[in-house]
Design a protein around this ligand. Sequence first.
Ligand code: ATP
Ligand code: XMP
Ligand code: GLN
Ligand code: MG
Length: 511
Amino acid sequence: MLKDRESVIILDFGGQYSQLIARRVREAHIYSEILPYDTPLERILDKKPKAIILSGGPASVYSKDAPRCDKRLFETGIPVLGICYGMQLMCHLLGGKVEAAKAGEYGRTELLVDEEGGLFDGLGKKLTVWMSHGDSILELPEGFRTLARTKNTPHAAVSNGKNLFGVQFHPEVAHTPDGKKILSNFLYKIAGCSGSWTAEAFVEEQVRLIRERVGNKRALCALSGGVDSSVAAVIAHRAIGDNLTCIFVDHGLLRKGEKEQVERTFREKFHMNLKVVDASERFLKRLEGVTDPETKRKIIGEEFIRVFEDEAKKLGRIDFLVQGTLYPDVIESGTKTAAVIKSHHNVGGLPEDLKFELIEPLRDLFKDEVREVGLKLGLPEEIVFRHPFPGPGLAVRILGEVTREKLNILREADAIVTEEIKKAGIYGELWQAFAVLTNVKSVGVMGDARTYAYTVAVRAVKSDDGMTADWARLPYDLLDIISTRIVNEVAGVNRVVYDITSKPPATIEWE
Ligand SMILES: Nc1ncnc2c1ncn2[C@@H]1O[C@H](COP(=O)(O)OP(=O)(O)OP(=O)(O)O)[C@@H](O)[C@H]1O
Ligand SMILES: O=c1[nH]c(=O)c2[nH+]cn([C@@H]3O[C@H](COP(=O)(O)O)[C@@H](O)[C@H]3O)c2[nH]1
Ligand SMILES: NC(=O)CC[C@H](N)C(=O)O
Ligand SMILES: [Mg+2]
């Protein structure tokens, strides 16, 4: 049954919101997959999509190197929705004319609907939409007509009256209030989707895919105790049972008491093979003297794999490695169209000579979607709602060289932050809250004597998916307790600061 699962393909032209489109489609209970814009048509058709959505993008269709898709796509009869650049490209390839508009439109704009029904079914004649474009369609391709316009854009929504649709605005962003309805009109009314994709269907399908790939061979699962790898482990275990061995690596960069806690929770709640590997010596040795953040990340990414290889050898031949990689890990590590922000150890930090075949069932999802899957799988809430903790651990929260002394300082300070956040009853409201050890030392006075010691930064943020985040407005009294406790209880620290930067322009972790 799942073999015939309906899916929607999103062709990515480098738009800021491509992943949001995918999310909205999944929220409408339809499976979706993002593919690069130049994916060969045959590969797209192999996936038997019920519909195709062309994303926005920064380029202009009339420029020489503008990204293009195969024009034959429009002759397949599959319903296509072009969004912004996607619509401009569709019109351009089919003989219409696209040019730089006299005035662009950025932000909230009023849309006047000429043709109700279809894409705009159930909505009024005037809608608020969110725009971000400098180019406009001047002439429509043959057979096309206008469905809606705005003050400055005569063709703000178009169709050929059959399978091709385009909108100049962005229905996928939250600032287009009727965007979900417009997308679901396209998916349900126009493309005829039935909406059978749910968290349960997702699990069933991933279990089947893993079973097909691994057969009766064996796999390792990189397990961190976080929600992503726990969900990945449970799915993989359903697929291949005891042919799965989970490996938890203590790389010496874990938080206070973390190893014991993960091991305890896992042995109590899961009935799978688990091996805890103490690899702190080798990780810390390789990090000696290293100060550059990207170099640290790459070393850690590689060392993780070397540890998994060593463990695989001990167990006999193992070809597969399961990881809890999520979409933000992939996009931040850089893709053909997106810049490298930081190399997540499990994606951009992987060594080139990786011999394992990776199994990453959550690679297209965001954390809040993974949490939903986790709840459906019956995982304990302490795992599902645990704050994210990066694979490179405290190494990306110690600026500059990582040493045992600094690790001990940070562990103590971080434990205080977590304890006080939990005590204040706000752990669940925050995406993450932690301490960072800056490499700044400053002068203080303690017990009438001069001190010259480290500055700890406290970071607490709110976020839905980790892609953007706002610093949390923690109560002053709570900050006061945290600061006082850290300076009083952690030797080597005489100053505490609070990070009041959002993402962007900062990132959540400091490195
Ligand atoms: N200490 C570790 N031992 C083994 N594998 C790890 C460890 N830390 C991270 N990994 C692997 O790297 C992946 C990415 O780490 P990441 O921190 O993003 O996810 P997570 O730990 O599963 O969830 P969370 O983001 O909630 O912490 C994990 O899913 C896991 O497969
Ligand atoms: O597994 C991981 N490996 C990594 O290398 C990594 N780097 C950042 N993070 C987590 O990802 C989210 C976004 O982080 P940044 O705003 O710091 O880029 C935040 O939740 C970070 O904690 C990582 N997770
Ligand atoms: N957001 C977009 O897709 C922009 C498309 C095109 N670059 C324009 O400015 O019109
Ligand atoms: Mg983690």
